[in-house]
Design a protein around this ligand. Structure first.
Ligand code: IVH
Length: 725
């Protein structure tokens, strides 16, 4: 983030000027889109739910203050990104919507007031009449829709973007809580045509057991039960899903013909009669005070439940009232999710130690007395940097408050002053790297990060870089986990990444080591051989270039295509950058400083700062040697052009073009869409999968936004379809 952007990000929404708000709106929208992708497509989020909710809340607050910024492209108008996997697509007969969140008493009161006002307007509700709410623990899993015809389970799908999900029928059939045939006679006979909706989840214990197995097999552990459940459901082989202990609670419906029930609570009873599990933590509350009491009780019970809940859902019980209240773009007006604050606990801070990252950044880590925070044992928490320790004023020996927000990285929030022992020690940030070289620590200019100055020589950094190199999103070498890398490094078997591919010649030596039998050595050698062919994006990511992660590596691979071109361009850019004066940044004259450096600065998501980091990396002869060494041993595959992805993405999709296109005629655009397997129609309906919105678009674009259909700008369309290439 630029300095200016950092300043804006730190301001309260009320303090923003319109110009700042516009920039901040864009930044938040981009960031949310990035996290949506990690969450929905990769089942591998990098921030906590609480942090994600904060981003969305801030975006919403900006749109409330500056309504002119709200457009249909805002993440607040979308349910979730369109799924992109090998599963067949299913268009839901009724969209699967999301819920609005309430985080505070005021927000909850706002919901009660809106419901009451709405019903007074739309019905003959008297001012003091009772409105009953069905209150249900909000399970933290993933929602799915199950289709039953004449009581027979025929199809099941994930939510996807709310309109279109993925067909995971075979996997859902392996879940024992999902009946294949519905029970019920007479008045409780199931509707002829019915979509039952609910949550697939995994119990905490099952999650911990599965993760323990995952780690033992040298795989990256899953982040939390929800992502494990999502990953398990999206296995291409149903036998793998069957081995995962998934559960299901039913709580809603999509289509129901004919529908006999008049209230939500009646429906929940019927679900049980048909053979579904419904959450026992459900209560019909007749007053707001009842609702609040239920929320408090759930909050208290939460740590001891066998599964994770992240709030309570309140639904207006009467269905005729639900229908009167209706929906706003992505959520019903008759329901809300009342979220819990992140889970916290107190424990003793035994000490603080320093961890050295692959780029030399020193991170202080809290060593804690192990403590159960909402079902997960926490023994370590990041303290981020020296400033953070200063700000929190925590000392070794303190009783501290630990928070596990959305299960990602536990945090230390502060200490308990009454319980500070007399001998609590203030932490002094080391001036030397804890590695054997003990190189001096340098504070980064203008930043809070302190780094080991040992650079490429620091053995701790070398180990971290090797660990990163073999990790799941890079070379993904199974059986070469973190401790193996460290031991091999310490014993001289490995020093640089290329050594991994020379390990085969040291087979005999490895076989002599403790814990390495024939089988594990053979497996390791095979796993390494299997990775001798690697896609360009993974190759780039694995090099550990500062500021380049998985997403940027992908973009770079798309831009440069194959490894020779990429490397030649990077070396040229590094040379050009060396010659340029520092004030290039100020002048923003990136394009003028050299062709390759300019091109690099203009790649999506790479600005001057990232380009400089890349240039610095390639100016270092040692780094270039490492790459050359790898290239001699590996086949780096050129990227498949995006057109192929579009091919899959557009197959059988219904696409509508609206507004004026600038870079192509409407006919050319249509022809391209059809070439990629899409059907092009003229009007937007529930069935539409994608709307491409040109300039001066009118009602069709609005309708798309109302129905929550994915929209693309012309530019995005060109990008997706490979038009003009
Ligand atoms: S009702 C239109 N009920 O929460 C209403 N959702 O944040 C649709 N969830 O997508 C949802 N427990 O994945 C509903 N008892 C419950 C729920 C529940 C968990 C999840 C569900 C939904 C998300 C919205």
């Amino acid at each position: 983030m630029s300095k200016a952007a950092k300043v804006v990000a730190a301001l309260k929404v009320e303090q923003l000027t319109e110009r700042q708000a516009r920039a901040e709106h864009k930044r938040l929208a981009d960031e949310i889109a990035h996290h949506d992708k990690l969450y929905h497509e990769k089942d591998d989020p990098e921030i906590s739910d609480a942090a994600y909710d904060k981003l969305r809340q801030r975006l919403k607050a900006i749109e409330e203050r500056f309504p002119q910024l709200l457009d249909m492209f805002s993440p607040t108008q979308k349910v979730a990104p369109t799924p992109t996997t090998a599963f067949a697509k299913v268009t839901h007969r009724r969209p699967m919507l999301s819920l609005d969140n309430a985080f505070s008493d005021e927000e909850l009161q706002g919901f009660f007031d809106r419901v009451r006002r709405g019903l007074e307007r739309e019905t003959d509700l008297k001012p003091d009449a009772e409105i009953a709410f069905s209150c249900e623990a909000k399970i933290d899993g993933l929602s799915i829709s199950l289709r039953y015809e004449d009581g027979e389970f025929v199809q099941g799908a994930t939510r996807g973007d709310g309109t279109t999900g993925e067909d995971v029928t075979a996997n859902l059939r392996t879940i024992k809580d999902i009946p294949h045939k519905l029970k019920g006679q007479g008045s409780s006979k199931p509707p002829k045509s019915l979509d039952v909706r609910g949550e697939v989840y995994m119990e905490r214990k099952a999650f911990l057991d599965l993760n323990a197995r995952q780690v033992a097999a040298g795989e990256k552990p899953y982040v939390n039960p929800r992502n494990t459940a999502a990953g398990s459901l999206r296995q291409l082989d149903p036998e793998i899903t069957a081995e995962r202990p998934l559960r299901f609670f039913a709580y809603a419906w999509g289509e129901a013909e004919p529908r006999s029930w008049k209230t939500h609570s009646e429906y929940l009873k019927l679900l049980k009669e048909w053979g579904f599990k419904t959450n026992p933590l459900t209560r019909l509350c007749r007053t707001p005070d009842d609702v609040r009491a239920f929320y408090r009780k759930m909050g208290e019970d939460r740590p001891s439940l066998p599964y994770n809940i992240d709030g309570v859902v309140y639904k207006v019980d009467r269905i005729d009232w639900q229908e009167r209240l209706g929906f706003v773009s992505r959520a019903p007006r008759w329901a809300i999710a009342h979220k819990f604050p992140a889970e916290q606990a107190r424990t003793r801070l035994k000490g603080i130690f320093i961890q050295v990252g692959r780029t030399g950044a020193l991170t202080p880590v809290a060593d804690l007395d192990p403590i159960n925070v909402g079902g997960v044992v926490v023994a370590r928490a990041t303290l981020h940097n020296a400033d953070e320790i200063e700000r929190l004023d925590v000392r070794e020996g303190d009783m501290v408050i630990v928070q596990r927000a959305g299960d990602v990285i536990p945090q230390v929030l502060g200490f308990v002053p009454e319980e500070r022992p007399k001998n609590a020690r203030k932490f002094h940030f080391p001036t030397k790297c804890p590695c054997p070289l003990e190189t001096p620590v340098k504070a980064e200019e203008g930043g809070v990060v302190r780094r080991c100055s040992g650079g490429l020589e620091c053995p701790f950094q070398q180990v971290e870089r090797l660990r990163y190199f073999v990790s799941r999103n890079c070379f993904d070498i199974e059986g070469l986990g973190g401790t193996h890398i460290e031991n091999f490094f310490n014993d001289g078997l490995l020093k640089i990444p290329g050594d991994i591919f020379r390990l085969k010649s040291k087979e005999a030596e490895i076989r002599k080591r403790e814990g390495w039998g024939d089988l594990s050595v053979n497996n390791l050698v095979k796993a390494i051989e299997d990775r001798k062919t690697i896609p360009l994006d993974r190759f780039i990511n694995a090099l550990g270039i500062p500021l380049i992660g998985e997403a940027t590596a992908k973009i770079m691979a798309q831009e440069y295509g194959d490894v020779d071109d990429w490397l030649a361009e990077m070396l040229k850019a590094a040379k050009e950058r060396k010659k340029t004066p520092d004030d290039v940044k100020k002048e923003k004259a990136a394009a003028a400083v050299g062709e390759s450096y300019g091109r690099l600065c203009n790649v999506e998501q790479i600005g001057v700062t990232t380009a400089d980091a890349i240039a610095a990396f390639f100016s270092e002869g040692h780094n270039v040697d490492i790459i050359e060494d790898l290239r001699k041993q590996l086949t780096v595959e050129a990227v498949k052009r995006r057109v192929i992805a579009a091919d899959a993405a557009l197959k059988d999709k219904i696409v509508v073009f609206t507004g004026e296109l600038n870079t192509m005629t409407r006919d050319a655009a249509k022809a391209r869409a059809e070439e990629l397997g899409a059907k092009v129609t003229d009007s937007v309906s529930k069935k539409t999968s994608l709307v491409v919105v040109g300039e001066n678009a009118g009602s069709k674009a609005r309708k798309a936004a109302e129905l929550g259909i994915e929209t693309l700008t012309e530019e995005e369309w060109v990008e997706l379809s490979g038009s003009g290439r």
